[in-house]
Design a protein around this ligand. Structure first.
Ligand SMILES: Nc1nc2c(c(=O)[nH]1)N[C@H]1C(S)=C(S)[C@@H](COP(=O)(O)O)O[C@H]1N2
Ligand SMILES: [Mo]
Length: 201
């Protein structure tokens, strides 16, 4: 047995599993959506990689199933202050999407686009090297529609608004172009460890 060193005190969860400043842990999985929830059947689902306005490659749902499937367990942090620990996701790494497209990244910035018209900007560096995926499963089950099913972006090291639900594409942009919430007062980057919640944080 390892001595805790502070007998009489209860173990503070933050001590074992640190969470970003200003956040608290929840057990449930809140749903946050700006507008109506789109209904997208997997048979109709498409994912488009664009360079500026130019479509470079389009995947169907089946094309996506044929790509390497990766699991990741991560803590997620919503800007409204809840964090959920140890969430289990499965899907296709952005690395594998770019590799299959056979593309040398033409810029350092991307926008993720969604079926509900939502968008969010993420630098290339935050999407590659195993950091982000297009997730199609949560806890081993097909991703629920409320949470972005059939597929959502997952960028767990940034505030959760960067994880675009009902994602239907990624677009390389010349500059770091603000997306839906970034145009409405939220931080252009959104690092929860630096509490980059609002534009001027
Ligand atoms: N397409 C789309 N993606 C979205 C949103 C949205 O409104 N539309 N909301 C964002 C916000 S603000 C958060 S906090 C998370 C919430 O994901 P959840 O509903 O699975 O918890 O999704 C993000 N992705
Ligand atoms: Mo959010």
């Amino acid at each position: 047995m390892v001595t805790r060193g502070f007998s009489g005190k209860s173990m503070d969860n933050n001590f074992i599993n640190p969470i970003p400043p200003g956040q608290h842990v929840v057990e449930g999985f809140p749903v946050l959506t700006a507008g109506p929830t789109p209904r997208v059947e997997t048979g109709d689902w498409k994912f488009t990689l664009k360079v500026g306005p130019k479509p470079l490659k389009i995947w169907t749902w089946q094309d996506f199933q044929d790509l390497p499937q990766t699991k990741m367990t991560r803590d997620i942090h919503c800007v409204t202050s809840w964090s959920k620990l140890g969430t289990l996701w499965e899907g296709v790494l952005v690395d594998d999407i770019l590799a299959t497209a056979g593309i040398v990244p033409p810029s350092e910035f991307l926008l993720a686009h969604s079926y509900d018209g939502y968008s969010t900007n993420v630098p290339l560096a935050d999407l590659i090297l195993g950091k982000a995926m297009v997730a199609t499963k949560f806890n081993g089950e097909p991703l629920a529609r409320d949470h972005g099913g059939p597929a959502r972006l997952l960028v767990p090291h940034l505030y959760f608004w960067k994880s675009a639900k009902w994602v239907n594409g990624l677009q390389f942009t010349d500059r770091d172009e603000p997306g839906f919430w970034e145009l409405r007062g939220y931080h252009i980057y959104g690092d929860p460890w630096k509490e980059q919640r609002y534009t001027h944080d």
